[in-house]
Design a protein around this ligand. Structure first.
Ligand SMILES: NC(=O)c1ccc[n+]([C@@H]2O[C@H](COP(=O)([O-])OP(=O)(O)OC[C@H]3O[C@@H](n4cnc5c(N)ncnc54)[C@H](O)[C@@H]3O)[C@@H](O)[C@H]2O)c1
Ligand SMILES: [Zn+2]
Ligand SMILES: [Zn+2]
Length: 411
């Protein structure tokens, strides 16, 4: 089959990879019909290289049609249309029973001391082949796979795999609707959904992002938007009686703009050989912390900071004096996808589309053009907000340039 593979920092390519097969009774194999690129893929693309091996198949936001099931998978049949959660969880262990499948004790990656294994997400999360491919083996499909209807387009369902439950969880962790004012830092796909969900649940929502197209999209959903200029924190404070908002949701993560120290550290570590870089990142890694520090500064006393954005630094400095003195609550974590999807399903099927699931994707490209998709999404060129790769589109053949005939010289 064809699959998107990590080849090196900022280098992905579509290659031939082995067709997945059923390995365990709880596995399924699906034929992928849509598979999105996530902000978390950009972390692999940019800073998590030391935990990747060239040839790793990446991607963790897929959906498709069941091809084959193991004997232990009984809730779906070949031919069913399904969405795959990015977290691989058993559904039965103590953590899964407590609605924390992203901490699943059956799939935890003990070698690195991390939580549940994830699709296509580096050695840190089990080095499981991912879903930006024609076919995907889904481990623990008996719990994970979500069967969905056949009438609506893929985009209605696709985001149940990751960014929609991620945003939902982050807004719940932010304490909305009890908390009435919410700032969302970062208006990428996760931030867009977080802001819309905040509004849907009745909060007044402010959104911050340096990219004009992303602010414009959020504005259409009733979000009050701000750029990343120096005055932003003061302006939002003014709008919230000088106190700051009840909650701030960080949908930026470890590669925030405006973070000179962490940025330099990440760049330097990224240039070291993996054997040196890996332990450095595990024990002394520093994130680009501008968004997180803005969140801690901006939130009101006694308020909540909710992190959807991923952080990976083992030694990132935190302003504990401020956090303690302001009596803040901090909630975070990988999304517990299947704990939220039953609640979200009616919203994505609602013809009124209350969360705008049909209004996020800016680029749908053939799988073969994955490298173009990664580049557009990373650089935010061409108004790019969300890219979906489609393995069923056969790319148009490249038309050979018409030979130019040199003009005849006349004297
Ligand atoms: N917790 C989870 O389970 C989970 C799941 C999916 C994604 N994520 C994480 O969520 C984050 C966002 O993902 P995305 O797909 O929306 O990615 P993205 O990269 O498109 O979005 C990040 C946005 O933040 C903006 N930004 C950069 N620096 C900023 C700053 N200092 N202040 C305000 N905005 C700033 C960028 O312009 C961009 O629009 C990533 O860290 C991703 O890894 C977490
Ligand atoms: Zn993701
Ligand atoms: Zn489990």
């Amino acid at each position: 089959m064809r699959a998107v593979t990590w080849q090196g920092p900022e280098h992905v390519s579509v290659e031939d990879a082995p067709d997945p097969i059923i390995q365990q009774p709880t596995d399924a194999v699906i034929r992928v019909t849509s598979t999105a690129i996530c902000g978390s893929d950009l972390h692999l693309y940019e800073v998590l290289g030391p935990f990747m091996t060239p040839g790793d198949v990446i991607g963790h936001e897929p959906m498709g049609i069941v091809e084959e099931i193991g004997a232990g998978v009984t809730h779906v049949r070949p031919g069913d249309r399904v969405v795959v959660p990015f977290t691989i969880s058993c559904g039965r262990c103590t953590m899964c029973e407590q609605a924390l499948p992203s901490q699943c004790e059956t799939t935890q990656v003990t070698e690195y001391g991390t939580g549940a294994a994830l699709l296509g997400y580096s050695k840190l999360y089990g080095q499981v082949p991912g879903g930006q491919a024609e076919y995907l083996r889904v481990p623990h499909a008996d719990y994970g796979l979500m069967k969905v209807g056949t009438e609506l387009p893929d985009e209605n369902y696709l985001f149940l795999s990751d960014i929609l439950p991620t945003a939902w969880q982050a807004v719940q962790y932010a304490g909305v609707p009890e908390h009435r004012t919410l700032v969302v830092l970062g208006l990428g796909p996760v931030g867009q959904f977080s802001a819309r969900i905040g509004r849907h649940l009745g909060a007044r929502v402010f959104g911050v992002d340096p990219v004009p197209e992303r602010r414009a999209l959020a504005e259409r959903y009733g979000i009050e938007v701000f750029d990343l200029s120096e005055g932003t924190v003061g302006e939002i404070r003014e709008e919230t009686q000088g106190r700051g908002p009840d909650a701030v949701l960080d949908a930026v993560g470890m590669e925030a703009e405006d973070s000179p120290v962490g940025g330099l550290a990440q760049t330097l570590v990224g240039k070291l050989p993996d054997v040196v870089a890996r332990p450095l990142m595990e024990h002394a890694g520093v994130d680009r912390l501008a968004a997180l520090h803005t969140a801690l500064d901006l939130v009101r006393r006694g308020g909540t900071v909710s992190l959807a954005g991923v952080y990976g630094g083992a030694a990132s400095p935190m302003p504990l004096l401020t956090m303690f003195d302001k009596q803040l609550q901090l909630r975070m974590g990988q999304c517990n996808v299947r704990s939220w999807t039953d609640e979200l399903l009616p919203l994505v099927e609602d013809p009124a589309d209350p969360l705008g699931v049909g209004d996020l994707v800016t680029h749908r490209l053939p799988l073969e053009e994955a490298a173009v998709g990664y580049d557009l999404f990373q650089k935010k060129h061409d108004g790019c907000i969300k890219v979906v790769l489609d393995p069923t589109i056969v790319p148009a053949p490249t038309i050979a340039p018409t030979p130019t005939i040199a003009p005849t010289q006349t004297h």
